[in-house]
Design a binder for this molecule. Structure first.
Ligand SMILES: Cc1cc2nc3c(=O)[nH]c(=O)nc-3n(C[C@H](O)[C@H](O)[C@H](O)COP(=O)(O)OP(=O)(O)OC[C@H]3O[C@@H](n4cnc5c(N)ncnc54)[C@H](O)[C@@H]3O)c2cc1C
Length: 417
């Protein structure tokens, strides 16, 4: 049972809240409580990474790590220089959970199940003496004489010396932060796939090309920090509706606000070569003519990594018979194929389904935070961590990494305060 007065109250039993509470208690804070609105803490950890939980990313240098955060970016250098991916790996290892790296840098628990991460966090909380109360939400908070007077959903009232808001993207956390003096960067979705007008690639659904270069063109006549040309390169998955895969998700994350302002419409240039120059591609076609002149266009691609289905579709688009021999390919058609390979233009018609991770861009502005402690600049004694802040990462374990980092920094500061 929650007493009527506690030392530290963490509202929100997700990744960030657990990390803050455990770190504070392990560093010497006593009387640390986690309040979780639902019956099941760490629910997003459970569903994350397709049930495997992509805990972090093998990106060891904080300077490189910040490049994966469309919102947050360079401001996160401070917290990451104190607790970054390597520290998260060591932290979980010290608490009995080994993380293993996949070929693309994503890191998962060796057991390959998110339940292993949940068990580790719950065990660590218990060992550190953190009390967890479930099915109870924080409804209102008021700062009174360097303490907080709290009202819970059940109608109960209590007070605490230090309050941590770790409520993720839930609107109640933003409301609570606003009532304590904070502003809000309006939330918009991030990390989604793209639907293309007329579904021009539907017949190629399932094709993966790597690397592909995607360029989102700014709306005509609009320039400014939010309307810059957005370029991403990496694996792309063609879907029935349009495009998905890591490069698409990265593009939509970095352009989340611009796309929202454009109501998810705009023009997209796709470079299926991943960034070859005109001269390089012309050379490649010349070699194909020379070395496979007698072979049919349809049975031999200009380079082996080019998807056969995509190549056949491009031939069809140019009205070229796949039975035609390479030696007979007219120069005009060759140039048209090169243009289609280097810059096919599509019209974005809307937002497709979300990727494996669903995160919100926006939240409490970082300018209102002391990032050395995660303490609010608007309200002393209040700490904010995790997705509630205006921070979001691209897909690959970066979103949890921010939860571990901000939670750890807040926990240390709580213990020291
Ligand atoms: C399907 C899916 C898969 C994902 N997979 C990954 C992945 O593999 N890797 C990765 O890095 N990221 C992933 N993410 C993103 C990641 O889950 C989030 O970034 C992360 O969970 C945010 O953690 P948090 O602790 O800030 O918030 P949450 O995890 O949302 O935790 C907040 C908690 O606060 C509780 N709460 C809310 N309001 C109150 C209140 N007023 N009082 C008390 N409690 C309250 C909520 O019930 C919730 O339990 C995924 C997201 C989704 C949706």
């Amino acid at each position: 049972m929650l007493p009527s007065r506690v030392s530290v109250l963490v509202a929100g039993g997700g990744a960030a809240g657990f990390m803050a509470a455990i770190t504070a208690a392990e560093a010497g804070a006593t009387d640390v409580w986690v309040l979780e609105a639902t019956a099941e803490p760490l629910n997003k950890v459970r569903i994350s990474g397709g049930g495997r939980c992509n805990v972090t990313h093998a990106c060891w240098d904080p300077r490189a790590l910040v490049g994966h955060y469309p919102r947050g970016g360079a401001a996160l250098r401070g917290p990451f220089s104190r607790f970054a991916s390597g520290d998260a790996v060591a932290w979980f290892d010290a608490h009995g959970l080994e993380l293993v790296e996949e070929s693309d840098g994503r890191m998962f628990p060796r057991a390959n199940r998110s339940s292993a991460v949940i068990a580790t966090l719950r065990r660590a909380a218990q060992a550190a003496g953190v009390e967890v109360v479930t099915s109870e939400a924080l409804q209102a908070a008021e700062a009174v004489e360097s303490r907080f007077r709290l009202r819970l959903r059940s109608g109960r009232t209590l007070s605490c010396d230090r309050l941590v808001l770790a409520t993720g993207s839930h609107p109640s956390g933003r409301r609570l932060a606003a009532s304590l003096g904070h502003g809000l960067v309006p939330p918009v979705p991030s990390l989604f796939s793209l639907s293309l007008a007329g579904q021009p690639l539907a017949a190629l659904a399932g094709v993966v090309m790597d690397p592909v270069q995607l360029e989102l063109l700014p709306p005509q006549g609009r320039r400014g920090p939010r309307h810059q040309r957005q370029l991403q390169r990496g694996p792309v998955l063609i879907t029935h509706r349009g495009l998905s895969g890591p490069a698409t998700l990265r593009l939509t994350a970095f352009a989340a606000r611009m796309l929202q302002e454009q109501q998810y419409c705009g023009d997209l240039l796709v470079d299926w070569t991943g960034g070859w120059s005109q001269a390089e591609l012309e050379d490649c076609f010349q070699s194909a003519r020379r070395e496979q002149g007698r072979r049919q266009l349809g049975s031999s691609r200009p380079w082996p990594a080019l998807s056969r289905r995509l190549w056949l579709a491009l031939l069809e688009e140019q009205g070229l018979d796949p039975a035609r021999r390479w030696a007979d390919l007219p120069r005009r058609s060759e140039l048209a194929l090169i243009t289609a390979l280097r810059s096919s233009r599509y019209t974005i018609a809307g937002r497709g389904p979300f990727g494996e991770e669903f995160v919100t861009a926006g939240g409490i502005p970082l300018g209102e935070m002391n990032l050395a402690t995660m303490e609010s600049r608007c309200c002393p004694g209040l700490y904010l961590v995790g997705e509630l802040l205006d921070v979001d990462g691209v897909t690959g374990g970066f979103n949890f990494q921010h939860c571990w980092s901000s939670g750890w920094v807040a926990g240390q500061a709580l213990a020291a305060s």
